[in-house]
Design a protein around this ligand. Sequence first.
Ligand SMILES: C[S@@+](CC[C@H](N)C(=O)[O-])C[C@H]1O[C@@H](n2cnc3c(N)ncnc32)[C@H](O)[C@@H]1O
Length: 197
Amino acid sequence: MRLLERILVNNPLYAWLQRREVANLYRLARLPAGLTILDLGCGRGVETALIADAFRPGRLVAFDLDRRQVQEAGRRLAHNGAAESALLLADASRLPFAAERFDAVVEMAVMHHVPDWQAALREVARVLKPGGSFHFVDISKRRYGIGMKLMGHDMQALFTIGGFRTALEEAGLTLERGIGRPVTPVFDMVGVARKAA
Ligand SMILES: C[S@@+](CC[C@H](N)C(=O)[O-])C[C@H]1O[C@@H](n2cnc3c(N)ncnc32)[C@H](O)[C@@H]1O
């Protein structure tokens, strides 16, 4: 991650936004406790701890592409007592997991960093169990295109809401709730998609 973005997402205000958005992702599709959940692109682990609190998984696996973020997440989760979580370094577009391993996958503000985000969505579908759910909150080209271009962001990684919806369907994920109405003004797309049972 670039320095500016690292500063934008590693601060108490962003942590407050995350708390509200994770609670909303849970509200959109309440899951029973005890499931196996993947936190895709966990950053510094704030969101991982929030997912543990809101979704009460039996097993929580979290990963990120950035070694420093994963290290910080490790320190945070150790402090947090989230002993059931496994943390690793991995790329969302090539997941190191067997097919049909997770009941749910949660992502916040990661897909717009992945140049081949369509492949990442296919990977989400692959690792979900039949009937499993994908909970996402992210930003789209519509609101952030110009700003991201000025920041030197990889524009291939940015999508329109319509393009994301189409790619979900092509990956075999049916949109169940959303896309729209995030609870904080930073994000402009949120939803839950499901793999066929
Ligand atoms: C804006 S931050 C969001 C982090 C976290 N989800 C949060 O909301 O705090 C984007 C994160 O995506 C990670 N990332 C970028 N490309 C990735 C990829 N291909 N696979 C996994 N993580 C990736 C970055 O390292 C960074 O931690």
